[in-house]
Ligand binder design. Structure first.
Ligand code: NOJ
Length: 763
């Protein structure tokens, strides 16, 4: 009892940051502090810490606060303002041991200011811009009392049928790993304990992007080699960058759900990688162990999860209900619970919450009068990052940039689509604050007079699809449907097109089409919109497609029909302004694809860094008995790393400083990049390496470095890359990470296919 009072006193002193010198120093010594605290906790209080509860509109707040005050909840998610979270923290401060709560949220690509979706951020290949977007997201979220985010999502996605492709950074292990580290550093800033930082919990551990057939929540079956070589490095990069948390994936891996997977969670994550942070289950995942068919009931599910090292149970019912009985029956050990509790408390410690439970909640008198006040938004930053993420796929006859003096027909269901502009997982973003393409173009033109708008088509003409998409949003219809017959909409758009000099069609997916659980069997633009494009093409007017979508689309027909195609993904709060900047040439596009665009869904997978095969298809020499689909052209529609500019760039041949490399040496690979066009512009110079002969089959090439370079019109610059043995290492058949002597091809290009090549030998 005495101890307890001391701790109470300590927390209350500490919470006011008045640390007296003569107090024992548990707060300074994390392990001692936590051990001391744990000694005072009852079993119920310990289990309470393992419960992460979702706060929904339907949730009785009074009841939640009661539970918190009783020590039965460790953290909540989905409550996102200081005045919502303060009473919950007050309740925690009324609990016996005053253990602070943490407040979590899915801050994925922005908090109130929404930045481009992650796939778009990756398209910028601009690590500074990506960092900046994450830092602002963290600051905004922290200012709204959020302590921890369920991000970054670094699942490698090589199957664009998977709706969550939008949420990740693409298909490439190296690029995604780089971004993983950048995002963790951005969220956590100077440390997860800083008032303007939030803790990162990398997800979805592991391999979620490889669900069979691209169908969400499906199984994953993968060789250990492929896991280590291609899919696991991004999670590792996030952890090496200091991510305080990990969210465990919903899928199974080689027959064992991640949530019950002791190899994944204990052997790999904690023992091999040395992860010391918090492991959180995904929503309801422990219960789903029953549906996976590895637990016969809730009791067994809870046992499997706690044994596997799942510290916190998201949306918990089972930990709270089953752990006491399991312990009593000797089916789990006290140490299973204690280990998990220790991680939760350690995470709270690392978030700075023991020192000050109100670190991010602040004082009531400082609460913003309007959480959406313009002064709290970061519009200029969002616009800048969004411009950097746009990818110019086609630009015949210099259709773009548009002249501001031209008469422009703006058509398409996504021209005035504020919800879609934000993309999925738009955190606390508010549609009313997002700038649509119509708004952005109108502003750029200084008024509506030169813009002729017609909707032209609905997102989909398929009632079943529409119902599905609208089922996803609880507040308002997600997809607005114009009830007029399709032909009437098209006729109106054609009329607008005929009276204009150029047509801009905003087409693609609604945001819900690229979301959790939104897997697709086709990658086409929906038929209703394809009909519109066809009709617009028939007018003979120059046609610019502004694509909005969260995954690669198959654009075979559109590539022929359109004069220019700008891939804008879902570009966030300032999307409309950013797109207008590019359309009118106020910004020269520089984005590059972080994922391959297939010609058709039947070609999947189309990732560029596939393994070498015995009978490769040779372009220009088609023939029987080579690896191809005989009914279509082989190769992607747009390769990984591809993207145009309004200027032209050329690359000289590559110079290699030597044709041999010692194990401890360095090699310099250089090219001269020249801006041969008439505008200043940026491009991404990409370095690929192929290990020609290895003890196991190696990929045809792998991205190993890149540099985003700005050149004035006519300017030249020599771009150097250093290659060391580290760049040549891979996991061999024994899963040993090492380089093997022999021949390597080095390629430098402005995309993954059009490259300059040289070779060297590793001695
Ligand atoms: C389920 C999703 O899979 C996960 O990514 C997300 O963080 C949680 N729900 C919480 O919203």
């Amino acid at each position: 009892m005495k101890k307890l009072c001391l701790l109470g006193l300590f927390v209350s002193l500490a919470s006011h940051s008045v640390l007296a010198d003569n107090l024992p120093a548990p707060m300074e010594n994390k392990d001692a502090f936590i051990s001391n605290l744990m000694k005072q906790m009852t079993l119920e209080e310990k289990i309470g810490q393992l419960r992460l509860i979702s706060i929904g509109p339907e949730m009785p707040r009074e009841m939640i606060r009661k539970e918190i005050a009783a020590g039965n909840i460790g953290g909540t998610f989905n409550s996102i303002t200081r005045d919502e979270n303060r009473p919950m923290q007050d309740a925690a401060m009324r609990s016996r041991l005053k253990i602070p709560m943490f407040f979590a949220y899915d801050v994925i690509h922005g908090h109130r200011t929404i930045f481009p979706i992650p796939l778009a951020l990756a398209s910028s290949w601009d690590m500074d811009a990506i960092y900046h977007s994450g830092r602002i997201a963290a600051k905004e979220a922290a200012a709204d009392s959020i302590d921890i985010t369920f991000a970054p999502m670094v699942d490698i996605s090589r199957d664009p049928r998977w709706g969550r492709t939008s949420e990740g950074f693409g298909e490439d292990t190296y690029l995604v790993s780089r971004i993983a580290g950048v995002m963790v550093k951005a969220f956590q800033g100077t440390g997860a304990n800083a008032a303007d930082s939030i803790m990162a919990s990398v997800k979805h551990f592991a391999l979620y992007g490889a669900v069979e057939g691209g169908r969400d929540y499906n199984t994953v079956d993968m060789s250990p080699l492929k896991m280590h070589q291609d899919y696991l490095p991004p999670y590792r990069a996030a952890i090496d960058a200091g991510a305080g948390g990990v969210m465990v994936a919903l899928n199974s891996i080689n027959g064992v759900p991640a949530t019950a997977n002791t190899w994944l969670m204990n052997d790999l994550l904690r023992k091999e990688w040395g992860f010391k942070g918090l492991a959180v289950s995904d929503h309801g995942a422990i219960f789903e162990l029953i549906k996976h068919g590895v637990a016969k009931d809730g009791r067994e599910a809870a046992k499997l999860a706690i044994k596997a090292g799942i510290d916190m149970s998201m949306n918990d019912s089972l930990y709270g209900k089953e752990l006491p009985g399991l312990l009593k029956a000797g089916e789990i050990e006290q140490s299973d619970i204690d280990n998990a509790v220790r991680e939760v408390l350690a995470a709270k410690y690392d978030m700075g919450l023991f020192k000050d439970p109100y670190l991010r909640i602040g004082k009531a008198e400082d609460d913003p009068a309007d959480v959406y006040a313009d002064s709290r938004m970061h519009r200029a930053d969002a616009r800048d990052v969004a411009r950097r993420s746009l990818v110019l796929l086609e630009n015949r006859n210099q259709t773009l940039p548009l002249k501001k003096t031209a008469k422009i027909a703006l058509v398409g269901p996504l021209a005035k689509a504020p919800i879609d502009m934000m993309g999925s997982w738009a955190a606390a973003g508010r549609p009313a604050l997002s700038v649509t393409l119509f708004d952005g173009m109108t502003r750029a033109l200084g008024g509506e007079s030169k813009l002729i708008y017609a909707r032209g088509a609905n997102i989909t003409g398929d009632k079943k699809v529409l119902d599905y998409l609208n089922f996803l949003n609880f507040d308002a219809p997600e997809v607005v449907d114009d009830p007029r017959p399709a032909q009437v909409l098209i006729d109106e758009a054609v009329k607008a097109a005929k009276s204009a000099d150029v047509v801009v069609a905003a087409v693609g997916e609604s945001r819900g089409m690229s979301h959790e659980s939104s897997s697709r069997t086709e990658l086409n633009i929906p038929a209703s919109q394809r009909e519109l494009i066809k009709a617009l093409k028939a007018t003979g007017k120059p046609l610019v497609l502004v694509l909005m979508n969260g995954r690669p689309l198959s654009l075979l027909e559109e590539k022929q029909q359109a004069d220019a195609i700008l891939e804008t993904w879902f570009s966030g709060t300032e999307g409309g302004n950013a797109i207008a900047d590019v359309l009118f040439g106020d910004y020269n596009p520089s984005g590059k694809l972080p994922i391959t665009f297939p010609r058709s869904v039947g070609q999947i997978p189309t990732y560029y860094n596939h393994l070498s095969i015995g009978r490769p298809f040779t372009p220009g020499k088609p023939g029987n008995y080579t690896s191809q689909y005989f009914d279509d052209t082989t190769g992607p529609l747009y390769p990984f790393g591809y993207g145009l500019s309004y200027t032209e760039f050329s690359l000289s041949d590559m110079a290699l400083s030597s044709t041999t490399l010692n194990k401890t040496g360095k090699l310099d690979a250089s090219v001269t990049l020249e801006n041969t066009g008439k505008r200043d512009g940026e491009t991404v110079v990409q370095l690929y390496i192929q290990d020609v002969t290895g003890s196991i089959i190696r990929p045809v090439k792998e991205l190993k470095n890149f540099r985003k370079v700005m050149l004035k019109a006519g300017e030249k610059k020599v771009i150097h890359f250093t290659i060391t043995e580290d760049d040549l290492k891979f996991f061999n058949a024994q899963l040993k990470y090492a380089a093997e002597p022999g021949k390597f091809n080095v390629q430098i290009g402005l995309d993954s296919q059009d490259v300059k090549q040289q070779s060297f030998e590793l001695l």
